[in-house]
Design a protein around this ligand. Structure first.
Ligand code: CDP
Ligand code: MG
Length: 139
């Protein structure tokens, strides 16, 4: 069993897509083992998106991610990291496949509805940014 961090980003949350997005994951057999709502600040954004600091889009990404509340969750399942990224679709909705979450809900290549971890290492790192061990129910 593998765990991955998912964020329902401020655009999708504000547009009332939270329930539908969660349902898509659950229908695929992924299990919610942690869930919370929060608003990122610049410091949290810089930790979560550390590898993007200095890129031309970083300031805009940071402004977007701190613009309103988001939902953070940990999903668990077999091959969860790969499966969740496949359900999300490509970063830019113009390139995302039909039936993916980003195809349905992303507004553009920045306001793209969801985040998901891209490797076991990033999943472990990102989960620990948002959740304490006591908040993860994986018994
Ligand atoms: O989220 P994902 O792993 O698919 O893409 P990424 O390349 O790791 O980029 C992280 C996030 O930065 C994206 O999901 C976009 O929200 C944002 N981004 C952006 O605003 N402009 C870009 N040119 C590329 C990414
Ligand atoms: Mg990424």
């Amino acid at each position: 069993m593998e765990k991955t961090l998912v964020l329902i980003k401020p655009d999708a949350f504000a547009n009332h897509h939270t329930g539908d997005i969660i349902q898509r994951y659950e229908q695929e057999g992924l299990r919610i083992v942690a869930l919370k709502m929060l608003r990122m600040d610049d410091r949290l954004a810089s930790i979560h998106y550390a590898e993007h600091i200095g890129r031309p889009y970083y300031e805009g990404l940071c402004t977007f991610m701190t613009s309103g509340p988001l939902v953070a969750m940990v999903l668990e399942g077999e091959d969860a990291i790969r499966r969740v990224r496949a359900l999300n679709g490509k970063t830019n909705p113009a390139e995302a496949a039909e039936g993916t979450i980003r195809k349905a809900y992303a507004l553009d290549g920045r306001r793209n509805a969801v985040h998901a971890s891209d490797s076991p290492e990033s999943a472990a790192r990102e989960i620990s940014i948002f959740f304490n061990q006591t908040e993860i129910y994986d018994g």
